[in-house]
Design a protein around this ligand. Structure first.
Ligand code: AMP
Ligand code: GLY
Length: 421
C-alpha cells in the first residue's frame, strides 16, 4: 500500500517504523522529521484540501493521523469527502479532546466516573466552586494548549489566580476563555488505548506514561518523559470496569450524539483505591506511549489501522508479543521551560548483540543535514528496549541511552519505577 502519515514526532516515527518493517509499503510523511525521511518520503503540503487532492492523485490507500491538531481541524472529514481511507475521528468526535468542557459534559451525560467539576466562563461561579473544595484544586483551560493547560493549585488563591488568568485570556488566549475546575484525584495514572471503527473496538494493553520532568514525578508537566507497557498496575478487574463503565457507554453515547468514534480513543485513567476514574480523553495515540506499544504488536499495524478505517475491525484479532517495552525520552537541556540550541546527535557503534537486537530509537525532534542528525525542539528521541520482563526491557533501554549523545541531553532515570516497586 501507499501510506501517508500526518505528524512529525516520535509517535509518527514509531508508526512509520512498524509499517516500514512490514517490508511491503511505500511511506510518506507530512511533514515528518529529519529521520522519517529514512523510512519514506517527507512532503510539505500543510493545507488539508490540497493534501487530500495530492493523496488522491498519488493513490494513497491509507492515511494515518498522528496528532490531535489536524483531527480537531477536521482533516478526516475532508479526506472522506474525497473518498479516501483515513484513520482518525471526525471533527465532531475529535471535540472529545478539542474541548475539555465538551469532554466533561459528555462524561457526565454518559455517566462515566470522573472528577467532580464545574465548567464555566464566569469568574464568580468558578470562585464559589473553589471556596467549597478541598485543596489541591485542578484548573484546566478548555481548548488545546499543547499539554500545558492544566494547573494543579496548592491553595484556593492559586486556583483563583489560575482561573482569572485563563478567563482573561492572559495564559492561553482563546483556549482559556472557558475553564474546567475539578477535584484533585490521588492515585496512579494509566493510558488505555482503544482502536475503534465506529461500531467495534479492540483494547490495547495498558501503558503508563511519566508526565513530570523529574525523577519520582517531580517538577513541571511535560509531554511525557517515558513510558512502558504492559503495566502490571492493571488487572482484569480494572480492564473490565473500564470496558463496562467507560468504553461501552462512551462509544454508544458518541453514536447517539451523531459523532460515532473512529480511530484511537486514548483514555486517561486515574486509579483511586482500585476504582478507575477518567481524567480525560484524547483522540489519538499518546506520545511516548505509541513508541512502546507499536513494537509489541504482532499484527501488522497497516492492516489493523486499515480495517479500523473501513469498518472492518471485527475481522481481525490483535496479536501481541509476549514481551514488555520500555521507552526513555531524551529531551534537550532546557525542556520543558524554553528552547535549546541545536546539537549534533552522535550514536556509538553498538557492538553488544543483546542491545543491538532488542532496542531501537524512535526519532522525534530531529533535523537532518548532510546525513547527520541534529536536535530540534524539546523531546528529541525515545530509546526503546524490549524484553521478557519490564526490568530486562528497561535495562536495555537505558543501555541504549548510554550510547546516544548530544550536548545537554536530559533523561529521567526512573522510568517504570511504579511497576518495579
Ligand atoms: P490532562 O491534560 O487533563 O490529562 O491533565 C494533564 C495531567 O494533569 C494529567 O495527566 C494528570 O497527571 C494531571 N491531572 C489532570 N487532572 C487531574 C485531576 N483531576 N487530579 C489529579 N491530577 C490531574
Ligand atoms: N503521553 C501523553 C499524551 O500524549 O498526551
Amino acid at each position: 500500500m501507499k501510506i501517508l502519515i500526518l505528524g512529525s514526532g516520535g509517535r509518527e516515527y514509531s508508526m512509520g517504523l512498524s509499517i516500514y518493517n512490514e517490508n511491503e509499503h511505500e511511506l510518506f510523511f507530512m511533514p515528518g522529521n529529519g529521520a522519517t525521511s529514512r523510512l519514506g518520503k517527507n512532503i510539505n503540503i500543510p493545507d488539508y484540501n490540497e493534501l487530500s487532492l495530492w493523496a488522491k492523485e498519488n493513490n494513497i490507500e491509507l492515511t494515518i493521523v498522528g496528532p490531535e491538531g489536524p483531527l480537531v481541524d477536521g482533516v478526516v472529514d475532508i479526506f472522506k469527502e474525497n473518498d479516501l481511507v483515513i484513520f482518525g475521528p471526525s471533527r465532531a468526535a475529535a471535540k472529545l479532546e478539542g474541548s475539555k468542557v465538551y469532554m466533561k459534559n459528555m462524561l457526565k451525560k454518559f455517566n462515566v466516573p470522573t472528577a467532580a467539576f464545574i465548567e464555566t466562563s464566569i469568574e464568580k461561579d468558578a470562585y464559589t466552586f473553589i471556596d467549597n473544595m478541598d485543596i489541591p484544586i485542578v484548573v484546566k483551560a478548555d481548548g488545546l494548549c499543547a499539554g500545558k493547560g492544566v494547573i494543579i493549585a496548592q491553595s484556593k488563591n492559586e486556583a483563583k489566580a489560575a482561573v482569572k488568568d485563563m478567563l482573561d485570556g492572559n495564559s492561553f488566549g482563546d483556549a482559556g476563555r472557558s475553564v474546567v475546575v475539578e477535584e484533585f484525584l490521588d492515585g496512579y495514572e494509566l493510558s488505555i488505548f482503544v482502536i475503534c471503527d465506529g461500531e467495534n473496538y479492540k483494547v490495547l494493553p495498558a501503558a503508563q506514561d511519566h508526565k513530570r520532568i523529574g525523577n519520582g514525578d517531580t517538577g513541571p508537566n511535560t509531554g511525557g518523559m517515558g513510558a512502558y507497557a504492559p503495566t502490571p498496575l492493571v488487572n482484569d478487574e480494572i480492564y473490565k470496569k473500564v470496558e463496562d463503565r467507560v468504553i461501552i457507554p462512551t462509544l454508544e453515547g458518541m453514536k447517539n450524539e451523531g459523532a460515532p468514534f473512529e480511530g484511537v480513543l486514548f483514555i486517561g485513567v486515574m486509579v483511586v483505591k482500585g476504582e478507575p476514574i477518567i481524567l480525560e480523553y484524547n483522540v489519538r495515540f499518546g506520545d511516548p506511549e505509541c513508541e512502546i506499544l507499536m513494537p509489541l504488536l504482532k499484527t501488522p499495524l497497516s492492516k489493523l489501522l486499515y480495517k479500523a478505517s473501513t469498518k472492518d475491525l471485527n475481522s481481525i484479532e490483535i496479536e501481541l508479543k509476549d514481551e514488555f517495552a520500555v521507552g526513555v525520552v531524551m529531551a534537550s537541556a532546557n525542556y520543558p521551560y524554553s528552547s535549546s540550541s541545536s546539537a549534533e546527535i552522535i550514536i556509538d557503534n553498538i557492538v553488544d548483540e543483546d542491545i543491538k537486537n532488542n532496542t531501537h530509537i524512535s526519532y522525534a525532534g530531529v533535523i537532518e543535514e548532510d546525513g547527520k542528525l541534529f536536535t530540534s525542539g524539546g523531546r528529541i528521541l525515545v530509546c526503546v528496549g524490549i524484553g521478557a520482563s519490564i526490568n530486562e526491557a528497561r535495562n536495555r533501554a537505558y543501555a541504549l541511552c548510554g550510547q546516544v549523545h548530544f550536548i545537554g541531553k536530559k533523561i529521567r532515570t526512573d522510568i517504570a519505577y511504579q511497576a518495579l516497586k
